[in-house]
Ligand binder design. Structure first.
Ligand code: GDP
Length: 298
């Protein structure tokens, strides 16, 4: 299950580099704050959040002499303070089936994340059904089937180009008939025509609510950490398209500068349910704010 997995090192880029590690203590002055701001921004934290973090750092400490270790510790504490409230696993409800709608742009890692989550839920003793709701991308359906096989979970598909909402309805019917605990619905992620996508997502929600007015119980937005500040725009966009209830941040195993997670937490406060740390089925970890803050600040 999620909680038994080893916490992953979530950020490779370290904010306090060797250049800022003098053995001597340095005065926390405007010059130093500016340097720190730049470092935070270069770690993808975004200007607003970087300014807030350094301002919080300076409070009560301005003009004092601090060692590099002290700076790191304070910085890590400030980051953890922002991240603590958003580090929450996906809530599970007593409803059966509970519906998890998964949204995000193509390539963000939706399919992979659905596969990983399905595998974790299955390992936790839950029965899962997946619906391949991106009916316009044959490759996406094929990939989801591969992940379904890996996870040992049935994947419902529909002919290419058919109505995703009607597939979602059929999937609800099957999940109910099977007594499944969870139904995970993949969705299209083409942002080229937002009005279309909005209508498509709204229609999926409408039909599943005919079966269960409380569905979807979770709407997960999958974000690719390597897109940096773009992730912020994607949250804004998808919040208009759907009622996003939580985030999964993928590809934090790569060169991604995890600072964007701090910006996301600071700006939107949406829970981060899990992080993707690789391409394999077990590479999904719970988000650990302290570990993350330490890794980020070096
Ligand atoms: P989708 O189009 O949103 O469904 O995206 P996919 O699930 O097909 O993922 C796109 C690519 O990202 C694939 O090559 C995945 O293997 C890769 N990917 C997804 N999650 C992760 C992750 O956490 N780490 C790494 N390194 N790659 C990932």
């Amino acid at each position: 299950t999620a909680t038994t997995m080893a916490p992953a090192t979530t950020a490779r880029a370290q904010i306090v580099p060797a250049a800022l590690r003098p053995t001597k203590r340095r005065v926390l002055d405007d010059d130093m704050l500016e340097q720190l701001e730049e470092l935070l921004i270069s770690a993808d934290m975004g200007v607003d959040t970087a300014l807030r973090v350094t301002a919080n750092m300076a409070e009560g400490r301005f003009g004092k002499k601090l060692s590099a270790d002290e700076i790191k510790r304070i910085l890590a504490a400030e980051v953890a303070r922002i991240m603590d409230p958003v580090a929450r696993p996906m809530p599970l409800y007593p409803k059966r089936p509970q519906v998890v709608l998964v949204v995000g742009v193509n390539g963000s890692g939706k399919t992979t994340t659905i596969g990983k989550l399905a595998s974790q839920f299955k390992a936790a003793g839950k029965s899962v059904v997946i619906a391949a709701g991106d009916t316009f991308r044959a490759a996406a359906v094929g990939q989801l089937q591969v992940w379904g096989e890996r996870a040992g979970v049935p994947v419902l598909t529909a002919p290419e180009g058919s109505d995703p909402a009607s597939l979602a309805f059929d999937a609800m019917t099957k999940a109910e008939a099977d007594g499944a605990d969870l139904l995970m619905i993949d969705t299209a992620g083409r942002l080229q025509n937002r009005a279309d996508l909005m209508e498509e997502l709204a229609k999926i929600v409408r039909v599943i609510r005919k079966k269960d007015p409380s569905a979807p119980h979770n709407t997960l937005l999958v974000l690719d950490a390597t897109t940096g500040q773009n992730a912020l725009r994607q949250v804004e966009t998808f919040q208009k398209l759907a009622d996003v209830t939580g985030l999964v941040m993928t590809k934090l195993d790569g060169t991604a500068k995890g600072g964007v997670l701090v910006a996301l937490a600071d700006k939107f406060g949406l829970p981060i349910h899990a992080i993707g740390v690789g391409e394999q089925i077990d590479d999904l970890a719970p988000f650990d704010p302290e570990e993350f803050a330490k890794a980020l600040t070096g």
